[in-house]
Design a protein around this ligand. Structure first.
Ligand SMILES: [Zn+2]
Length: 328
């Protein structure tokens, strides 16, 4: 339930991408990891990216993948700042991809400060959105603002889960370091939204603050707070992984594709044996590599399917939610 799509929009997808010079080597590493031989300015980038992703899902033991839209940064008055969030993926693009490829499940992205936020939310649910994705520290979403309460209440009533980035961010520019904590998700939780704290508040870089203890405390007090395993495999993630292996309550599976997975640290920690390490290391498919590492770390199969408990199958969701919209 955490797979990124991206593009430069040169073939009409509506996507935008802006990267900083220092990110170049990491972008190249990620591109090589997913088998994408192209440049950021290539007019066929968007199409090639999707083609590659379709190939990897088909070639994996995963059946479907939730693909994420990404809204622009907005200020609290609803003013939009295109380009500042590094990545823009329109809601309509993930809907179109999901129509073309039934293996994809669309997740919309709507900054709640937008003047059309609730209307767009309803439109996206109608179009089959199974989740809402936000990156509070990147898109400047202060989820606890009282003015956003009607938006969260609407989401809760429509039973749409929120996937929100927590902890350090590496791939996109952080504009609001103060919005990395799990505490910033309190208002949507209080409004009854099923909230998935992506990465469980884990640091991305060694100097990032660790919000995992806060995640644990809030997981105990909010039965509607979930976490995901997306991106977690690197050295800065070991403390979180160790704790989650011991207590995997309400933890969902996500890859954070195209982010790299490594089995090395799990091997060094002694969590996986040499044969498992060699087997996982040799898996070329990035989606399958992460899935196999997750199983080798002792997480149960349930972790891959529990998301369905939060978001019903898209066609059922559309039907049920349409009726709900009509009734309200
Ligand atoms: Zn992500």
């Amino acid at each position: 339930m955490h797979v990124h799509v991206l593009g430069n929009g040169k073939s009409g997808s509506g996507c935008r991408i802006t990267s900083r010079w220092w990110q170049r080597p990491f972008i190249e590493l990620m591109a090589a990891n997913i088998g994408l031989a192209t440049s950021p300015g290539d007019p066929s980038l968007d199409e090639l990216y999707v083609e590659r992703l379709v190939y990897w899902v088909r070639d994996s033991t995963l059946e479907r993948a939730v693909i994420l839209a990404c809204d622009d940064l907005h200020d609290e008055t609803g003013h939009r700042f295109p380009g500042l969030s590094g990545l823009y993926v329109p809601n309509d693009y993930v809907f179109e991809l999901s129509r073309r490829h039934p293996m994809f499940i669309p997740a919309a992205s709507i900054h709640p400060a937008r003047s059309d936020a609730i209307a767009e939310l309803e439109r996206c649910i109608e179009a089959g959105a199974a989740m809402l994705k936000l990156l509070p520290c990147v898109q400047a979403v202060e989820c606890n603002r009282a003015t956003y309460k009607p938006f969260w209440e609407r989401m809760a009533r429509l039973n749409l889960p929120l996937l929100a980035h927590t902890g350090g961010e590496f791939s996109l520019p952080t504009h609001r370091r103060d919005l990395q904590s799990v505490e910033t998700l309190r208002l949507p939780l209080e409004c009854g939204v099923n909230v998935i704290a992506a990465h469980c508040g884990t640091p991305a870089l060694p100097w990032d603050r660790d919000y995992f203890d806060q995640f644990e405390q809030m997981r105990n007090s909010f039965p509607n707070l979930y976490g995901d395993l997306s991106a977690l495999s690197q050295i800065t993630h070991l403390r979180t992984l160790d704790r989650l292996r011991k207590d995997p309550r309400r933890i969902l599976y996500g890859s954070d594709y195209p982010v790299l997975t490594t089995a090395l640290w799990s091997r060094i920690k002694g969590w996986i044996g040499e044969p498992a390490y060699q087997r996982i290391r040799s898996i070329r498919n990035p989606l399958e590599k992460k899935a196999q590492l997750t199983l080798a770390l002792g997480f149960s199969d349930r972790i891959f399917t529990d998301f369905w408990g939060l978001a019903p199958a898209p066609h059922e969701a559309r039907k049920g939610k349409r009726e709900e919209l009509r009734a309200s």
